[in-house]
Design a protein around this ligand. Structure first.
Ligand SMILES: [Zn+2]
Length: 505
């Protein structure tokens, strides 16, 4: 997600005006000078080489059929999940996240940008009702727990051995709340992010059963294969994760069929006001869905294609055939595999903010999408990289570091005024407020990556990024994995360096 930087920038600008000095160091916030001895132009870096996209580990398989009734704002769905035990122990139960239940009550609603902005017309209830669950064809008991009622436990009659599979059938409904959140409807658009029962992860730390926190993107999932049929009124267009087959029309309804392999989630948005444009870049089909004018749709496409080209070149190729950028009633932007939601707020289209949202969310396709991380406990692994990617884009396409240098100033001013707030590697729920989370996880992380780049040089920096991307493609990384690759490429030990940035100083 891209935090609401406008708000933060306004607050920090006031601090800048009130503060006479800051800790930026030697560079000034002017147009990037390619001859600067510290930071050299990146466009001479050799493009990343294409690497294997094969997956050699077990995955879950989701097949879903869902039907959206736009009159009652209800979605009815059936999910068939082939679940494989990827752990080393036998499982007696399987847990799911049923995130829509967090919208049952105002107190647990995960309003991303403050309640009033996310829900301008006040609290609107959303929920998930699990009608029944079958395990290997037999009706099963289940329990719902957690302070926001988002944890679903399904006991298994027979223990599931490591490497064994079990089939779940879940019948459910989702009531969509009115607002501008990941799951919501507003004006003509519907957002379906984190909307279906998704298997919780079990790893060496046990089951990950976090609530749907308001801070950050509190999700963690491994890659699966998806086949999803979505039925909507025939005048609605659906934008979703993955590739789409031809739509089917029946009795005033249209069914869209999407499929994708090796993705860690599935999201969609739908509207009866979409303008659609498609282009091919580096063999990837880019689809843009706009709620604005034709000119705005073309600009959206330019930002999307440029981002894909730049990140393909500097990080390694986007491995899927389709990428969708869809406007929706969302407050900023939100990343999902193969699709991003971009705010339809016309104010953003006047400045550079709209472009920044598209670039940031597109970068998440690499950092979160292909390379996964536990976004609850190590959010810097995707947000710092996505934030710094905005700078990589600006340096490559605009020959400018101005935006990054402003951000660097904000970080140093915040750091000076908040000497007790330094730790960026901690669980999302431990950050005191949105400002602390944004400045540390986004800005400080980006400043750290820039400092690291200056220390190792452009060539080593991109070699590290590309090696890291290729090695952990479709997997989940931890902080130590990035440090390990950095040590390996440079032949130096960077543990102390990163620990200082991540946990202190
Ligand atoms: Zn983000």
């Amino acid at each position: 997600m891209l935090k609401k930087l406008c708000k933060i920038i306004c607050i920090v600008t006031v601090i800048v005006l009130l503060t006479s000095s800051c800790g930026r160091g030697s560079e000034s916030a002017q147009t990037f000078n390619p001859s600067s001895p510290a930071i050299k132009s990146i466009n001479s870096i050799k493009p990343a080489v294409e690497s294997s996209t094969k997956v050699d580990f077990p995955k879950n398989i989701y097949k879903m059929d869902v039907n959206l009734d736009t009159k009652s704002k209800m979605l009815t769905g059936e999910e068939k999940l082939t679940y494989i035990n990827k752990s080393k122990i036998s499982l007696k139960e399987v847990y799911f996240h049923i995130y829509p239940n967090a919208y049952r009550e105002k107190e647990t609603t995960p309003a991303q940008f403050g309640f009033n902005e996310t829900f301008p017309e006040g609290f609107s209830e959303g929920n998930m009702n699990i009608k029944d669950i079958y395990v290997n064809g037999k009706v099963s008991d289940f329990e719902i727990s957690g302070k926001d009622k988002t944890i679903l436990r399904v006991p298994l009659k027979k223990e599931l051995k490591p490497g064994s599979k079990v089939n779940f059938n879940l019948n459910f409904t989702v009531k969509v709340p009115k607002g501008k959140d990941r799951l919501s409807y507003y004006n003509s658009s519907y957002n379906f992010g984190n909307w279906y029962p998704i298997a919780a992860e079990y790893d060496d730390k046990g089951w990950h059963l976090d609530s749907y926190y308001s801070m950050g993107d509190p999700f963690y999932s491994t890659v699966s294969d998806y086949k999803v049929n979505i039925t909507v009124p025939k005048d609605y267009v659906v934008a979703a994760t993955g590739e789409s087959a031809r739509e089917k029309l029946k009795k005033g309804l249209k069914t869209y069929s999407f499929s994708e392999s090796n993705v860690r989630d599935f999201a969609f948005t739908t509207s009866n006001k979409f303008k659609v444009k498609e282009e091919k870049v580096d063999g990837i089909n880019i689809k843009c869905y706009s709620l604005g004018t034709d000119k705005e749709l073309s600009e959206q496409m330019n930002y999307a294609t440029n981002s894909i080209k730049i990140f393909n070149r500097f990080y390694g190729k986007y491995p899927y055939k389709t990428y969708s950028v869809a406007e929706s009633s969302f407050l900023t932007g939100m990343e999902y595999p193969g699709i991003v939601f971009i705010s339809d707020n016309p104010v953003y289209k006047k400045g550079g903010y709209y472009e920044a949202i598209v670039v940031h969310e597109t970068a998440h396709q690499w950092w979160y999408g292909v390379i996964g991380d536990d976004e609850v406990n190590e959010a810097w692994l995707d947000e710092s990289f996505a934030c710094y990617s905005e700078n990589i884009y600006n340096e490559s396409i605009k020959n400018s570091r101005e935006y990054f240098l402003q951000l660097k100033d904000y970080y140093y001013i915040y750091s000076k005024n908040n000497p007790d707030k330094k730790v960026m590697l901690k669980p999302v729920q431990d950050f005191k407020d949105d400002m602390e989370y944004s400045i540390l996880v986004y800005y400080k992380g980006a400043v750290m990556l820039d400092d690291f780049r200056e220390k190792v040089g452009n060539e080593n920096f991109f070699k590290i990024i590309q090696t890291y991307y290729n090695r952990y493609k479709y997997k989940v990384t931890r902080t130590e994995d990035f440090i390990k690759v950095s040590n390996e490429i440079t032949g130096k030990d960077w543990n102390e360096y990163f620990n200082k940035w991540l946990k202190g100083e």
